[in-house]
Design a binder for this molecule. Structure first.
Ligand code: UD1
Length: 369
């Protein structure tokens, strides 16, 4: 039995690390092959994450780098096809919704390889987002769809995906967070930056709709204004770097390099509030009970809104002004069902059960038999 795990962008690593660990424990005799596409390649976006999760060095590094969506997807597919032909996996595991996820899913499907998708079924219903296309298409070629909330399961059933392919496993990103909790709770990343816990706003922005156009500077103007009341910490994603480099938004708006996972979680847990356009951060703040304000018109994670931690501001920088007054009532800290640190174990149990007793299940083996 050989399982390949494909990661490419920073959030893939967070979601995949516990799955790889759990499957290695559950299926010690299997080969576990890690492939990194190289969609993210800056040390702070990639290696540092692998190190913090004590992930093995990838068995294959494809080094695809940046490009348009089609270029990037095509390069990952070409690289993966060669890898899969070499490795002949019995199962390919992907997570999330980035270009590398879709590229791996299509390549696996074209080669007839069984595919497992971790974090399946999320829908923003906004086709202008590449992630929406990536997650929809991936789900429709996957054989095992692991969801982490009831609405995701409903979305898949509504799209006609057979119920027997869907497993409500829980949230592997929360597995990662919980595994690191003893470390990040003692990290005091804010203190190291000279900030007081609970007295700063943490900001992350990276979506093209915000950072590739004029909206980013409008947001920065709002943050400059807000910084009269509260300090602002903003670890800058490489995508936003060019626009912000060399500009000054006042002493209390602090632009930082991308942070290692544990430091970021420490800042997130101790923040007065978080302003973001990320998907994963909407979920982490729900788990941590930290107020989150999302600069998007929609979310594929409605559970974060119904839980009371997340507020959608729309793509409207002016609404940043209302944030502080909305903070009077702190949200409750109640984890959604199966956001309990055991999602990866459930995934490993299902895969172990379905594949553990099936030697020679490889389509390559079948084709040549
Ligand atoms: C990607 C995902 C997004 C995810 C995000 C997490 C897609 C379509 N988007 O967005 O869903 O939320 O990762 O971070 O897959 N760059 C660097 N160094 C790097 C990586 C990127 O400088 O290591 C710069 C390049 O200029 C590149 C740009 O960032 O062109 C965008 O990178 P890309 O991987 O295309 O998408 P992200 O914005 O990172």
């Amino acid at each position: 039995m050989r399982i390949t795990y494909v990661v490419g962008a920073r959030p893939n690593i967070v979601k995949m690390a516990p799955v790889l660990r759990a499957l290695r424990r559950r299926m010690p005799a299997a080969d576990h092959v890690l492939i990194h596409t190289g969609q993210h390649y800056d040390r702070l976006m990639s290696e540092v994450f692998l190190e913090q999760f004590r992930m093995p060095l990838p068995d294959h590094m494809l080094g695809v780098g940046s490009g348009t969506h089609s270029e990037q997807t095509a390069r990952v597919m070409a690289g993966l096809e060669a890898c899969f032909r070499d490795e002949r996996p019995d199962l390919v595991v992907v997570s999330g919704d980035v270009n590398s996820t879709l590229a791996a899913a299509l390549t696996a499907a074209q080669l007839g390889l069984p595919l497992a998708h971790v974090e399946s079924g999320l829908r923003s219903f906004d086709r202008t987002m590449p992630e929406e296309l990536n997650r929809r298409l991936t789900d429709h070629v996957a054989d095992h769809l692991f969801v982490h909330c009831a609405d995701a399961q409903e979305n898949l059933l509504r799209e006609g995906i057979p119920a027997e392919r869907i497993v409500f496993a829980g949230n592997t990103m929360i597995d990662s967070l919980m595994a690191m909790e003893p470390i990040f709770r003692n990290r005091d990343a804010a203190g190291r930056l000279g900030c007081e816990p609970g007295r700063y706003l943490l900001v992350t922005l990276h979506r093209p709709a915000l950072v590739d156009g004029p909206l980013l500077l409008e947001v920065m103007e709002e943050l400059r204004r807000l910084s009269g009341q509260v300090e602002v910490l903003f670890p800058v994603h490489p995508r936003a770097r060019l626009t912000l480099e060399g500009r000054d938004f006042g002493r209390r708006v602090r632009l930082l390099d991308p942070l290692p996972y544990v430091d970021f979680l420490s800042l997130e847990a101790d923040a007065m509030a978080v302003l973001t356009d990320s998907g994963g951060i909407q979920e982490e703040t729900t788990f941590l009970g930290v107020p989150c304000f999302t600069l998007r018109n929609n979310t594929e994670r409605p559970i974060t809104v119904s839980h009371g931690t997340n507020t959608l501001l729309g793509l409207e920088p002016a609404r940043i002004r209302d944030m502080l007054s909305a903070l009077e009532q702190p949200p409750p800290r109640v984890a959604p069902p199966r956001w309990d640190g055991r999602a990866a174990e459930r995934i490993a149990d299902v895969i172990g059960h379905r594949y553990g007793a099936a030697p020679n299940a490889s389509p390559f083996a079948r084709a040549s038999a």
